[in-house]
Write a protein that binds this ligand. Structure first.
Ligand SMILES: Nc1nc(=O)c2c([nH]1)NC[C@@H]1CN(c3ccc(C(=O)N[C@@H](CCC(=O)O)C(=O)O)cc3)C=[N+]21
Length: 323
């Protein structure tokens, strides 16, 4: 009897689902490595633990949670940390004086001013008061400018976390097309700089071709660009902005968005990203969840930057280049 030509055909095509990028797990692994490296460095160099100081202005509840998470992560890896809580009525000048004192304080290695700041304070000005060496956020104009020139610098934590995830999951970037949605100074722009960085320069090059989209990119253009992307990075803060019909099959989708919404089903608030996760994961090759994707990496890269700052400052002190 002739073989049934259809016998090999499954009733339904095999469902293909994206691999989930586990930022939580990767960040835990990196923190364990960091803890060992910090311990070893302290013994070898006979120096004190790295010290991170966070400045929190006002009582925004989300900011309080973020700062608390940072303190906890610091404790996990053996970094000493403290938070300076300031009233939201503090003047810009007073805040500047506090930062200048921390710049001169040789028991402090990293300074982080939690954003957003109250409206009467100019956050760009404040970020530029933090000395380049202690700028563990990488938000000061010199550090951001150096990044845009592919020079060695303190890279902002979220972009660094995204880069680390791409590396850990062996995602090829050389010559690939990457679309960044969102052009913020602290996330979108530095992520684009990293993606298009030249491997022949000082920092580790990713050598992507990049396309930057933002609020004035017409929706049909956004869809067209996204459909061409091997890597899509979204950092906007608009739930469900990126849908399955915008994805090239097999693409890598990195969701940096965080929005707190009320969930009708559970009657609780929950965090969502900018990507329609349930549907996009049916088309994408890899995808980050929210929570548990980029967020934990941001915190973990802050620890890495603080350790980097501490090592550099200790070296300068040893060579008596600074007090
Ligand atoms: N000077 C400054 N530096 C920052 O790096 C900075 C800032 N200001 N202002 C606010 C944003 C936001 N940000 C996040 C950090 C961790 C998570 C994070 O851990 N997210 C968890 C969930 C946390 C939760 O449950 O709320 C996750 O995605 O799994 C998210 C967001 C840092 N920021």
């Amino acid at each position: 009897m002739a073989p049934n030509p259809h016998s090999e055909v499954p009733l339904r095509p095999e469902p293909i689902e994206a691999k989930i990028i586990d930022g939580k797990k990767i960040s835990e692994e990196i923190k364990i490595e960091l803890r060992e490296q910090i311990k070893e460095w302290m013994q070898q160099e006979n120096v004190r633990a790295p010290q991170l100081t966070c400045i929190l202005v006002g009582e925004d509840s989300a900011s309080q949670v973020y700062v608390k998470n940072k303190m906890k992560a610091a404790n996990d890896v053996g970094i000493k940390s403290e938070t300076i809580n300031l009233p939201k009525t503090i003047s810009e000048d007073e805040l500047i004086q506090i930062i200048e004192r921390l710049n001169d304080d040789n028991s402090v290695d990293g300074i982080l001013v939690q954003l957003p700041l109250p409206d009467h304070i100019d956050d760009k000005k404040i970020c530029n008061i933090v000395s380049c060496e202690k700028d563990v956020d990488g938000f000061n104009s010199t550090n951001l400018g150096r990044l845009s020139q592919d020079l060695n610098t303190m890279v902002p934590c979220t972009p660094l976390g995204v880069q680390e995830l791409l590396k850990k999951y062996d995602i090829e970037t050389f010559g690939k097309t990457a679309v960044v949605v969102g052009r913020s100074a602290h996330v979108g722009k530095p992520i684009q700089s990293l993606l298009q960085s030249d491997g022949r320069h000082e920092i580790s090059g990713m050598d992507c071709t990049t396309i930057m989209c933002h609020r004035f990119t017409p929706p049909e253009k956004l869809k067209k660009f996204c459909r061409e992307a091997d890597i899509i990075i979204v950092a906007v803060g608009k739930p469900n902005l990126i849908r399955e019909d915008m994805i090239k099959p097999g693409a890598c989708v990195i969701d940096v968005g965080i929005t707190r919404i009320y969930d009708e089903e559970t009657k609780k608030s929950k965090l969502v990203g900018d990507v329609d996760f349930e549907n996009v994961k049916k088309v994408a090759g890899l995808i980050t969840p929210v929570p548990g994707g980029v967020g934990p990496m941001t915190v973990c890269m802050l620890m890495k930057n603080t350790f980097t700052a501490a090592k550099r400052l200790a070296k300068l002190r040893k060579e008596k280049l600074i007090k």
